[in-house]
Write a protein that binds this ligand. Structure first.
Ligand code: GLU
Ligand code: MG
Length: 444
């Protein structure tokens, strides 16, 4: 039996002359995948789910247990505005993955996030997230492959003609809004060819869904403009990299419980516990929020990315910043994640860390005043400042030693994620890089 919401979606799809429905899902490593069904299969998709072979999907299942079901979430129905309308439009639905036994599949990142959101709910809290993804636009060659040049040499908040990304950005924003995703603002970022589009804050699950859609739309629209969009965290040595700052707040009965007007910083005791939880789990969080070898080239001094495990109400070099907006807008900005992260996993892990801080009544210590980049090794030691991991390998070790986040991932996801990432690290570690040739070949 279809529920009301599912019936509404089917009706709406017919009204919009939908011919194909893309059933989308995200694998453990954060790749967006999809399968197209025709409109006459939609009812069956809602009723029974659509069978697919999970064994070919990175980190899903072993060959002998490969059958999986896609169950579309009716709340994610939208049209792909860039696909042709003549002969029938294309819609999409984001799916949860189920086993043939009708159980939610433990390797489905969306389910994992749902589980942590439910944990928060049981404690009385709803998570809201405002994501700030950054990205680069590159020129392409005659076959559409990315070249090494960015499309402009503009910098922070520049206008055209220095900003050559304005047309692509405009179309990205318009497309996302047509798909029902609210955008706050967009601008040129500090590095050449680098931009940011800020998504309006929303509940934790929608924020992750929106980020997946955002990445898809950005790539598709860039291509239409003859450009290549990349979420690679640090394309250039000596320039800013791309972050994915996550603004987080907890609500209870529509009230932001991170706010306390009587506190000097406007922060409740609960917000402080949450911050302390994020600080405590920060090294292991990197394994999920900074998932590539390249991610750690971004987490270096001098480029507005965090290096130390600190918090502040002003400085942008810290891991956590408390933006000036107070009252109902009070929030905690986690600045370590980058846009290569699987949004479901990093949002789940950040929330889990914050909840742990609340449960253990952790305290965050004093916020720092001076830029963390300027502290001497002695000062850092005196203040007891720890650093974020310096490499993917270190971050994976931190995750291995973090029982709370390991337990949150569950054995299946933890094992598959670790295995894939350790291989990635090992392949990188054993390469001979250009820098080594230049540094050593002639000199040793
Ligand atoms: N691009 C910087 C980063 O790597 C952040 C710049 C900003 O503060 O928006 O995180
Ligand atoms: Mg930015």
């Amino acid at each position: 039996m279809l529920n009301l919401r599912q019936k509404e979606v089917i009706k709406r799809a017919h009204e919009l002359n939908v011919r194909f429905v893309r059933l989308q899902f995200t694998d453990i490593l954060g790749n967006f995948k999809n399968l197209a069904i025709t409109i006459n299969q939609l009812e069956r998709a809602f009723e029974e789910g659509i069978l697919f072979d999970g064994s070919s999907i990175q980190g899903f299942t072993r060959i002998h247990e490969s059958d999986m079901y896609l169950r579309p979430d009716p709340d994610t129905f939208t049209i792909f505005p860039w696909r042709p309308k003549e002969g029938g439009a294309v819609a999409r639905l984001i799916c949860d993955i189920y086993t043939p036994q009708g159980e939610p599949f433990v390797g489905c990142p969306r389910y994992l996030l749902r589980r942590v959101l439910a944990e928060a709910k049981a404690m009385g809290y709803s998570l809201y997230v405002g994501p700030e993804p950054e990205f680069f636009l590159f020129e392409t060659d005659e076959r559409g492959r990315p070249r090494k040049e960015t499309i402009d040499t503009g910098s922070y908040f520049d206008l055209s003609p220095l900003d050559r990304g304005e047309d692509a950005r405009r179309d990205i924003v318009i497309t996302l809004e047509e798909m029902g995703i609210q955008i706050e603002s967009s601008h040129h970022e500090v590095a050449p060819g680098q931009y940011e589009i800020d998504l309006h804050f929303t509940d934790g699950l929608s924020a992750a869904d929106h980020l997946m859609t955002f990445k898809l739309v950005t790539k598709v629209i860039a291509k239409k403009h003859g450009l290549h969009a990349t979420f690679m965290p640090k394309p250039f040595f000596g320039e800013n990299g791309s972050g994915l700052h996550l603004h987080q707040s907890l609500y209870q009965n529509e009230v932001n419980v991170f706010a306390d007007p009587d506190d000097e910083k406007g922060l409740s005791a609960l917000a402080r516990h949450y911050i302390a939880g994020l600080l405590h789990h920060a090294p292991a969080l990197c394994a999920l929020g900074n998932p590539t070898v390249n991610s750690y080239k971004r987490l270096v001094s001098g480029y507005e990315a965090p290096v130390d495990i600190t918090w502040s109400d002003q400085d942008r070099s810290t891991l956590i910043r408390i933006p000036a907006a107070g009252g109902q807008s009070t929030r905690v900005e986690l600045r370590s994640p980058d846009p290569a992260a699987n949004p479901y996993l990093i949002i789940a892990a950040a929330l889990k860390s914050g909840l742990d801080g609340i449960q253990q009544r952790m305290t965050p210590g004093k916020p720092i005043r001076e830029s963390a980049y300027e502290l001497s090794p002695e000062e850092r030691q005196r203040l007891g400042i720890r650093s974020l991991p310096g490499s993917l390998r270190e971050a994976l070790d931190c995750l291995a030693n973090d029982p709370v986040l390991r337990e949150m991932l569950g054995e299946h996801t933890y094992d598959h994620y670790m295995k894939a990432k350790l291989i990635e690290w090992e392949v990188y570690r054993t390469q001979v890089h250009q820098w080594e040739i230049e540094q050593y070949l002639g000199n040793i």
